[in-house]
Design a binder for this molecule. Structure first.
Ligand code: ADP
Length: 449
């Protein structure tokens, strides 16, 4: 097992990884920008190294600085966390070339899934159902017209290098096609430096359902059930729940079996997530995330498995030591992402946290790097706390969530807590009756009064 792990991240996720290491008796190295010198992950780690000024490009994305920090401190392995370099195949390869272990998948799998055209092709070959659409990239207007005639309207034009919902355009009819096609290409070029796009059927009212997998790269593959992440604004998830209120046991088994079979064929190692759109009983693959996800704690809550510990064990060469039969789904879990944002306008709200108290009690977990007197810097992601609640049933989970949201105190900055309180009181949410457009529709209705 490793003796020392460098955590190439910040915020609550850096703490999450630190905690897993500590429980395993592994020493930790925090890296931080000058803006994060007082951050909780720096305070808790055994050692810390400043890797640059506040802008991420100069610190948390600075591969050379991170590798130097690993050398100076004598770390054995690097955990990239979530975001930043976590899906950068070049970084993973560089880590390994320098003699450290990358706690994640093989670089080749990161790069395969990072190119959405190749990922979709691979998914098809691995027997995963995909959204009907173009065979690979759509090169030129004539091909766009031909594919549109085949796929039908409405359709979605998506960037091959896409991420964060950028470079995506809907064409509702033939008249909108060319404008949408050229806009998607231009946006993709600007955002990712790559104007390759592909096309697929635009699903009208899907849910976003994702399967958490855990693999050892030595034949051991399990899934931890699904998460329903349909409550999104601008393709950003706000609240996630597991299991999905929409799936029945047979559907869960069917998509879980598909995921296991595919990961086994691929020879995947580490934790990963297969993302699907789900509509009328059918699943359509949209992408695979080759890393830990922000919403992983709800899967941990319903399975009792520590995903970060398993990532570390597997990276050190251990086998999973469990099979699918050992995984029991127990009760229901919900995560609310508490962001430092205005709950009505979503404008960022960094600044001094004057008072902080986190919810507690049975079935409540808070992953947060906040403390009273901490100043939320303006340079990074606005996520400041994750409230994760577990109950024996969805109903119990909802009751507990209501109570836990009331207990959270984050003073001095605005957070999305009131939005969550209002949202979970909506009859549609209580009934589990929502799709990926529900949240924006509801917010628009609220705005109209
Ligand atoms: P990104 O990598 O930019 O996040 P995804 O492919 O994961 O892109 O899609 C992001 C979101 O866009 C999905 O969660 C869903 O809300 C929406 N979306 C993607 N593909 C489709 C589709 N074919 N039809 C309808 N909505 C889609």
């Amino acid at each position: 097992m490793f003796e020392k792990v460098l955590i190439a991240n910040r915020g609550e996720i850096a703490l999450r990884i630190h905690r897993a290491c500590r429980e395993m008796g592994i020493a930790t190295v925090a890296v931080h920008s000058t803006a994060d010198a007082d951050a909780m992950h720096v305070r808790l780690a055994d050692e810390s190294v400043c890797i640059g000024p506040p802008p991420p490009s100069k610190s948390y994305l600075n591969m050379a600085a991170i590798l130097s920090a690993a050398t100076i401190t004598g770390a054995d392995a690097i955990h990239p966390g979530v975001g930043f370099l976590s899906e950068n195949a070049d970084f993973a390869a560089m880590v390994e070339e320098h003699g450290y272990v990358f706690i994640g998948p093989e670089p080749a799998h990161i790069s395969l899934m990072g190119d959405k055209v190749r990922a979709k092709e691979a998914a098809r070959e691995l027997g995963i159902p995909v959204v009907p659409g173009s065979d690979g990239a759509v090169e030129g207007e004539a091909e766009a017209r031909r594919v549109a005639a085949e796929v039908g309207f409405p359709l979605l034009i998506k960037a091959a290098a896409g991420g964060g919902g950028r470079g995506m355009k809907v064409a509702r009819n033939e008249g909108e096609l060319m404008a949408a096609y050229s806009m998607a290409r231009a946006e993709a070029k600007a955002a990712f430096g790559n104007d390759q796009v592909y096309m697929e059927r635009y699903l009208g009212q899907p849910r976003h359902i994702e399967i958490q997998v855990l693999c050892d790269g030595q034949g051991g593959v399990v899934h931890l059930g699904e998460r329903d992440c349909s409550l999104q604004r601008r393709h950003q998830k706000l609240l996630e729940e597991a299991p999905s209120p929409a799936l029945n046991a047979a559907e869960r088994k069917r998509i879980g079996d598909v995921a296991i079979e595919a990961m086994r064929k691929l020879g995947y190692r580490s934790a990963g997530t297969l993302e699907f759109l789900y509509e009328n009983g059918e699943f359509f693959f949209i992408e695979m995330n080759t890393r830990l996800q922000v919403e992983h704690p709800i899967s941990e809550a319903i399975t009792g498995i520590d995903l970060v510990r398993e990532q570390i064990r597997v990276a050190a060469g251990a086998t999973l030591g469990i099979t699918q039969n050992d995984i029991k789904i127990n009760g229901h879990a919900i995560e609310c992402r508490l962001n430092a944002e205005d709950p009505a306008t979503f404008a960022p709200s960094p600044g001094l946290v004057t008072d902080y108290h986190q919810a507690g009690g049975l079935g409540v977990r808070v992953d947060s790097h906040l403390y009273a007197g901490y100043r939320v810097p303006p340079y990074y992601d606005s996520l400041v706390a994750k409230l994760i609640v577990h109950g024996n049933s969805r109903n119990e989970c909802l009751m507990r969530l209501r109570r836990a949201l009331e207990e959270m105190v984050i003073d001095g900055i605005k957070t999305t807590t009131p939005l969550h309180q209002e949202m979970i009181a909506q009859p549609d949410f209580i009934d589990g009756n929502y799709d990926i457009h529900w949240l924006e529709r509801w917010m628009a209705e609220k705005a109209e009064g």
